[in-house]
Design a protein around this ligand. Structure first.
Ligand code: AR6
Length: 168
């Protein structure tokens, strides 16, 4: 099941929230900062042991003080105009996060709008990749998980609603 909601991702009761991190995995601004603040210092401690993460890859940690049991950290591409493999790298963020969720048998996951803040990825193009990638992963893997697209603005909610209505 796929849905879009307008909410602070740190408040969600799901098996995993996805963090739009940077390659150090040592925190930052935006949703990354919010997740680290809400989770508490244990999250940073665990992240230090991971040794970073390349763009498009994903890593799983505990959720610490979050309502979520886990955090899946993924590193989205910085938008450089679209000719630096950004769409494929963004697709990999969603795909690899879902691979981790499947490996750990998670039943629910919430994604923020990866790369569309500080990293500058255009919102509509990013939402298209997000929804299409999730649908194709679920179809390919015959995997049942509740997927929430947790947006942080009304315009993003409208974009996701349209994208979800377009399915299949
Ligand atoms: N809940 C849900 N969504 C949020 C929240 C929240 N609490 N806070 C922000 N957003 P960004 P990026 C939305 O900039 O573009 C960090 O410094 C926000 O409105 O957080 O992937 C990292 O360390 C936007 O729609 O992530 C990296 O250095 C979306 O989350 C860099 O930013 C993503 O915005 C990653 O940049």
């Amino acid at each position: 099941m796929l849905k879009a909601i307008l909410a602070d991702i740190t408040t969600l009761e799901v098996d995993a929230v996805v963090n739009a991190a940077n390659s150090t995995l040592l925190g930052g601004g935006g949703v990354d900062g919010a997740i680290h603040r809400a989770a508490g210092p244990g999250l940073l401690e665990e992240c230090r042991g991971l040794g970073g993460c390349r763009t498009g890859e994903a890593r799983l940690t505990g959720g610490y003080a979050l309502c979520a049991n886990h955090v899946i950290h993924t590193v989205g591409p910085v938008w450089h105009g679209g000719r630096k493999n950004e769409p494929e790298l963004l697709r990999l963020c969603y795909w690899n996060s879902l691979e981790l969720a499947r490996e750990h048998n998670l039943k629910s996951i919430a994604f923020p709008c990866i790369s569309t803040g500080v990293y500058g990825y255009p919102a509509e193009a990013a939402a298209h990749i997000a929804v299409r990638t999730v649908l194709s992963f679920l179809d390919r893997n015959k995997f049942d998980i509740e997927v929430t697209f947790c947006v942080f603005s009304r315009p993003d909610l409208d974009i996701y609603k349209l994208e979800l209505e377009r399915k299949p």
